[in-house]
Design a binder for this molecule. Structure first.
Ligand SMILES: Nc1ncnc2c1ncn2[C@@H]1O[C@H](COP(=O)(O)OP(=O)(O)OP(=O)(O)O)[C@@H](O)[C@H]1O
Length: 243
């Protein structure tokens, strides 16, 4: 699916919070049509990096581009669906009302919006809970609703920060099936994860540790280059730890 047209370009980016350097001289290109995974342990800098991609964090050094435009730039936001790690939902409102609110922010309305609401709720398998107040949703249901919101305006780029945390394996599989379907229609997808099995599902991966990029490649390349039988083992080898 990947076209080798770079839609994200990160050039020697570093970021510090106070004295803590959270991203260290990262350079990376992500191509149109990829399912690209950012894999790393908790605190590695994944969230900081994805926020930077869409202009929510600004680097101290280096620069990053989205659709060839230097970030931060507000005008690109409609082309991106972003699902943050913590759910930004209105608990008092029903799922439908949440979707209507976020849809209206993207200029969706009327029958088109209602049809789209039904489509995205089908994808995340929440249709029967459409009229339930969100404070009655479980953690996994909230994650799925957040995903539905990110999909609502049919963005060409989806950036998903740990999209399947708290979601059971059966539903996780069906959500990944939905990612592949969207990807087949041309959507580029970036996911952060610390789940190795999930990383295997990506076309390409960047391994992050302590704010540094330790390797980039397809899951097979990463395993072959390190003589590893799993991504977990490859990660340890790249990280300088004997597997
Ligand atoms: N706004 C901030 N102010 C200060 N420190 C921050 C801020 N945001 C992140 N950090 C620190 O930066 C480091 C990287 O955090 P980040 O959330 O990017 O990691 P992560 O790989 O996404 O981790 P997780 O998988 O746990 O979400 C952590 O040590 C975190 O405490």
């Amino acid at each position: 699916m990947s076209s080798h047209e770079s839609i994200i370009s990160i050039r020697n980016v570093s970021k510090a919070f106070g004295k803590q350097e959270v991203l260290k001289d990262i350079s990376l290109d992500i191509n149109k049509g990829e399912i690209f995974g950012l894999l790393g342990p908790s605190g590695a800098g994944k969230t900081t990096l994805v926020k930077m991609l869409i202009g929510l964090e600004i680097p101290n050094r280096g620069e990053n581009f989205l659709f060839h435009e230097k970030m931060p730039s507000l005008k690109l936001i409609e082309r991106v669906g972003y699902m943050a790690q913590s759910d930004a939902l209105y608990g008092e409102l029903t799922a439908k009302e949440n979707l209507e609110f976020f849809g209206s922010l993207f200029g969706l309305k009327g029958k088109g919006l209602q049809a789209r609401i039904h489509e995205v709720m089908e994808i995340v398998q929440l249709t029967e809970h459409l009229n339930k107040a969100v404070h009655n949703y479980s953690g996994g249901m909230k994650r799925r609703l957040s995903l539905a919101i990110a999909l609502l305006h049919e963005p060409e780029l989806l950036i998903l920060d740990e999209p399947t945390v708290g979601i059971d394996p059966v539903l996780r599989k069906s959500i990944w099936d939905a990612f592949y379907e969207l990807n087949a229609k041309g959507t580029t997808i970036i996911v952060t994860t610390h789940v190795m099995g999930e990383a295997e599902k990506c076309h390409r991966l960047a391994l992050l540790r302590d704010g540094g990029l330790i390797a980039v490649g397809t899951p097979d390349e990463l395993k072959e280059n390190t003589n590893s039988s799993s991504i977990e083992e490859a990660f340890l080898v790249y990280g300088g730890v004997n597997a």
